[in-house]
Write a protein that binds this ligand. Structure first.
Ligand code: FES
Length: 146
């Protein structure tokens, strides 16, 4: 198969995969897991606290927070979880950057689910993993700074 035809074939397959994922999730979720926001571990001097947590499905998530006077100045994450988990982690970073710890502590999985436009039933727990991890990170920070 000539290279041009191969490229076209790969692009078509990718398009079909994307369309299937958009049907199963939605366009916003697929965009977030293809291009996650605030992904990756920052430099050590940009981290006030980090926390890793494993959900019941075995997927893990880590958050890295830079906190100054109770304000989350910077928030990053990584996960080895599914696309919905990547989207949930991204959404948390979008919501919490610049917010107070008090605001973050009130966050519920349904808030993330709603902000994402609704996760499929079998992926609701991805929002729970993300919210549980961020709350544990804040608990750890408060414990270390009490
Ligand atoms: Fe378990 Fe997404 S499938 S966190």
């Amino acid at each position: 198969m000539p290279l041009d035809d191969l490229d076209k074939w790969v692009a078509e397959i990718q398009k079909e995969i994307d369309e299937e994922e958009i049907k199963r999730y939605n366009k916003y979720i697929v965009e977030l897991f293809q291009n996650p926001k605030n992904w990756g571990k920052p430099k050590d001097n940009e981290i006030s606290v980090w926390y890793a947590y494993e959900g019941f499905c075995g997927d893990t998530m880590q958050f890295f927070l830079k906190i100054n006077k109770e304000i989350i100045e910077k928030i990053n994450f990584i996960t080895d979880g599914c696309g919905a988990t990547v989207a949930a982690g991204s959404q948390i970073t979008i919501i919490l950057e610049g917010q107070t710890l008090e605001f973050a502590e009130k966050l519920q999985p349904i808030d993330i689910d709603n902000a994402l436009g609704g996760l499929p039933e079998d992926h609701k727990h991805c929002a729970e993993l993300a919210v549980t991890t961020i709350k544990r990170a804040i608990e750890k920070y408060k414990f270390q700074n009490s």
